[in-house]
Write a protein that binds this ligand. Structure first.
Ligand code: HSE
Length: 433
């Protein structure tokens, strides 16, 4: 039986999950592929021995023994971060090894260099686990939806922020309390700002846009806002109108340009995306031939992410066995057909908005604010002053009809500059479908 030999760098949560999935599914994978896919060597700086069930797998502290070892076919990088992961991956490729990684930060920022190096050496780079944890979202987009022009991508791509918003919504807890709990559950990135400031979701959106549109998309082209300014009162207001607040990553295809944005969004609770609980992820693609496709599942965690990593290992093993390496290009499009693209400026966005202005509680203040909104062509749908007056200051919540982002920014800049305004206005975009 053909043997496919795998080396793994990083035996943390995802690394140990990958080893476990390979071990648990060994017989099934042999039946499916006709090959013995064997984890041969693990490199990890923090381990002195591997768990007993992985007896027979070598352990080293030296990554070189995986990267340059002539006896390995596939190198799996699961240490995360940019360096030394990038150097390791390029080194493995230079040695003619196929690579599998879950590293969304690296693929979203250095994917072009890595894919070019891999194409030159005719090896594959699998990165299914970089988006949506255990959900086979990349394979679905590259292969299952190949016969579509992708019209939009809308998704909950960060489990930590979804977990935080859900607990704030369901239990009325405040942001800081729930963040601590999310960290204790181990969903959060090493630096939780990546989760709560929307950066992790932006990494994932860049990867999906690149595949969906066959394009070079840069991280700095994504407008990114996080959830740290959301307060229970915003969630309560949304609930009263049948909405929930979600951190959504959104890209819409306008033909000559593409939206690229991550921000808290009020979404009708009639929508499936509004009802994604816990730390789950859900990603909706709209294709011109298929219509809507919603993929839902665990976006993080040891075994789900291990499942995605192993799916890449198996794909590569099958391609090696069948002499079909690079059957499907890294981004689904042939590299010579990848394009630079225009990103739609956020200022051109039109949608309904929610505002929370924090102002002094005295006569005439609301008239000034509504006057400014009116001058900028922004029409109010509803207003609510609720909550305690704290030292003469109150929050006023408003819902406005569809307006252009540049008009909203200009109006809020004027409102925030008023003497009666005690804190910057919080704005949340609303999505209707
Ligand atoms: N920190 C990420 C999340 C893990 O919360 O979704 C998976 O990328």
């Amino acid at each position: 039986m053909r043997e496919i030999r795998v080396g793994l760098i990083g035996f943390g949560t995802v690394g140990s999950g990958t080893a476990e999935v390979l071990r648990m599914q060994a017989t099934r994978l042999r039946r499916k592929t006709g090959a013995d896919i064997r984890l041969v060597r693990v490199a990890d700086l923090n381990l002195t021995k591997l768990p007993r069930e992985h007896a027979g797998v070598e352990l080293t502290r030296d990554a070189e023994q995986v990267l340059t070892a002539p006896d390995l076919d596939i190198v799996v990088e699961l240490i995360g971060g940019i360096e030394p992961a990038k150097t390791f991956i390029l080194q493995a490729i230079a040695q003619g090894k196929h690579v599998v990684t879950a590293n969304k930060a690296l693929i979203s920022q250095h994917g072009r260099e890595i894919f070019t190096a891999a194409a030159t050496k005719n090896v594959e780079v699998g990165f299914e686990a970089s988006v949506g944890g255990g959900i086979p979202v990349i394979k679905a987009l590259k292969e299952g939806l190949v016969a579509n022009r992708i019209e939009s991508i809308v998704g909950i791509m960060n489990g930590t922020s979804n977990y935080i918003l859900n607990r704030m919504t369901d239990e009325g807890l405040d942001f800081a309390t729930v963040l601590k709990d999310a960290q204790a559950h181990g969903y959060a990135e090493a630096d939780p700002r990546y989760d709560i400031e929307g950066i992790d979701a932006a990494h994932k959106l860049v990867i999906l846009m690149s595949i969906a549109y066959g394009a070079h998309v840069r991280l700095d082209q994504v407008s990114t806002e996080g959830i740290s300014q959301i307060e229970p009162i915003d969630i309560e207001f949304a609930r009263e109108f049948g909405y929930r607040i979600k951190l959504l990553a959104i890209s819409r295809n306008h033909g000559d340009s593409y939206e690229a944005r991550v921000h808290p969004t009020m979404i009708s609770n009639q929508e499936l995306l509004a009802n994604i609980g816990g730390a789950f992820n859900a990603i909706r693609f709209t294709g011109d031939t298929v219509g809507d496709v919603l993929l839902y599942g665990q976006g993080a965690g040891k075994m789900p992410t291990g499942s995605a990593v192993v799916s890449d290992i198996v794909d590569i093993a099958r391609n090696i066995i069948n002499g079909a390496v690079n059957r499907v290009p890294s981004l689904g499009y042939r590299s010579e057909n990848l394009r630079e693209v225009e990103i739609t400026p956020l200022d051109r966005l039109r949608c309904p908005y929610y505002f929370r202005v924090t102002v002094q509680n005295k006569p005439g203040v609301l008239a000034v604010i509504t006057g400014i909104l009116g001058k900028h062509g922004i029409s109010i749908q509803s207003v609510l002053q609720q909550g305690r007056d704290k030292q003469g200051v109150v929050p006023v919540m408003m819902r406005v009809y569809e307006a252009r982002e540049d008009a909203v920014r200009a109006a809020l800049a004027k409102i925030d500059a008023l003497d009666v305004c005690a804190a910057p206005t919080v704005k949340i975009r609303m999505i209707t479908s």
